[in-house]
Ligand binder design. Structure first.
Ligand code: F6P
Ligand code: MG
Length: 463
């Protein structure tokens, strides 16, 4: 069953799906997603008892109703019930319900026995996104918890538990940018290109390995995989299986030395399609800060999720909360960074932007057709940085590609601007490897595709 909005429907391999019992998709739907739902239920149990204890009886009743709907949802998933249409009034309801009816039509026309789309039978990408959207529907239909983020506590704990790594990086960044490297006011001479490049590579790798820290792979449990010292990056670099950093660097140098990249108001713009809150977001901000200070760009758009998503993904509130936490830190370097970032937001050099497409069931090859506006918007960027595993899955359509397929081919026509993906592997798909590489990895570490110890930095300039 392939849901493809492109012309050549059969060009791509099959999407990953929980219907294959030996797949990571199957295990995710069977074990990890119910675990995540249980954590949300626990969160509401705690909330209901807190609401009761302060006499907010109506709120507590509402929380209990949420708990019962979440339990029902968990049961639907575990017993592989048919997927149902959404019933709230949020902006994207039509998109989701149309998607479901297209999937139904597709299944009816492709399968010999036409069964309704169910949790394990549909593409994994759709199933997993649908789960988070159903959780949001339950909140939307509640009386008091419409804007409650059930993952906020976990995200906040994750940020605070990384404080050592965060403070170390704050002082590293200060050291990298307070000599003559692209200083704030630009009145000092810039350091040699090799130094600028080394610093860029360090920050890019922080940003890459920051993606190890998502909370959905561990069903919300804190895992200590902090990057406390930049020296750790050296050991990790051998685990970057496909590394296009040099091409990204060449683009940056070209941008800096050429006026043709600047928009009418003389501004170079980069975009981050963000992934997780906590340490990862912080590393994204540090890379963006470096790129501005070293004068590679003047404007950064940060694309965030508009609903609670995959446990740890950044929402607008998380973004601003993170800036506040940094600004109010006792650590002088961190607090200075927080204030600088708040000012960048006020001045419009950092822009936080939402679009419901990021939390839709579509992969990115469909963007040009189903959200042309967003595609056109990204085309105005000089570099779009996609963070993390889920973005990677959406970039390559969450399909069972041969591992040696070129990254640019797997994008299947999606390249609104020069783009790169910084992703640690947490799902059993990857492209852009050399011949024989995955066979060697199979021997080295059985679970290399899903353990988060390996990564890719992949780049596509244009198709
Ligand atoms: O649960 C599936 C999954 O997409 C994994 O592949 C990954 O662990 C997680 O969710 C999201 O990871 P990331 O935060 O890097 O997108
Ligand atoms: Mg995530």
């Amino acid at each position: 069953m392939v849901l493809d909005t492109q012309q050549n429907k059969n060009e791509r391999p099959e999407p990953l799906s929980g219907k294959h019992k030996n797949s990571f998709a199957y295990l995710t739907i069977r074990d990890r997603l119910p675990d995540i739902l249980t954590k949300i239920i626990d969160r509401f149990v705690k909330l209901a008892s807190k609401e009761l204890s302060v006499g907010n009886n109506e709120e507590a009743e509402d929380s209990k109703a949420v708990i019962s709907k979440l339990s029902k949802l968990k049961n639907e998933m575990q017993t592989d019930k048919p997927l149902v249409t959404l019933d709230d009034n949020w902006y994207d309801v039509r998109v989701w319900n149309e998607f479901l009816s297209k999937v139904s039509e597709n299944m009816a026309s492709n399968d010999t026995i036409a069964l309704p789309p169910s949790w394990f039978s549909v593409p994994w990408l759709y199933c997993e996104c649908y789960l988070y959207r159903r959780v949001f529907e339950i909140l939307q239909l509640s009386n008091f918890h419409m804007s409650f983020d059930p993952f906020f506590e976990q995200k906040s704990n994750a940020f605070h538990s990384s404080s050592e790594a965060i403070q170390n990086l704050a002082s590293n960044l200060a050291a990298m940018t307070t000599d003559n490297s692209g200083s704030h006011n630009g009145d000092n001479e810039s350091p040699p290109e090799d130094i600028l490049r080394t610093r860029f590579e360090i920050l890019l790798e922080y940003c890459l390995w920051g993606n190890k820290c998502d909370l959905s792979i561990s069903a919300g449990r804190q895992v200590d995989n902090q990057l406390r010292e930049s020296s750790q990056l050296k050991d990790l670099s051998k685990n970057i299986l496909s590394n296009h950093t040099e091409s990204i660097w060449e683009l940056l140098c070209h941008i800096k030395s050429s006026d043709s990249f600047k928009s009418e108001n003389g501004v170079v713009r980069f975009d981050f399609v963000l992934d997780n809150s906590g340490f990862e977001l912080y590393t994204d901000l540090c890379l963006a800060e470096y790129l501005i200070r070293a004068n590679y760009c003047q404007l950064v758009y940060f694309h965030v999720k508009s609903i609670p998503w995959f446990v740890s993904d950044v929402t607008k509130d998380d973004f601003h909360w993170t800036l506040e936490q940094c600004a109010s830190s006792d650590n002088a370097f961190l607090s200075q960074l927080g204030h600088t970032w708040k000012k960048r937001v006020d001045d419009g050099n950092f822009v936080v932007i939402e679009n419901t497409f990021w939390t839709s069931p579509y992969d990115y090859a469909a963007m040009r057709t189903v959200n042309h506006e967003l595609y056109r918007f990204l085309a105005g960027s000089q570099l779009v940085i996609f963070k993390g595993d889920l973005n990677y899955r959406k970039l390559i359509g969450d399909r069972n590609w041969s591992h040696c397929t070129p990254f640019s081919e797997a994008l299947h026509g999606f390249c609104p601007a020069a783009l790169c993906s910084l992703r640690t592997l947490k799902a059993d798909l990857v492209v852009g490897l050399e011949k024989g590489q995955s066979e060697a990895l199979d021997k080295q570490q059985k679970n290399w595709m899903v353990c988060g110890d390996f990564a890719v930095v992949q780049f596509c300039h244009s198709l």
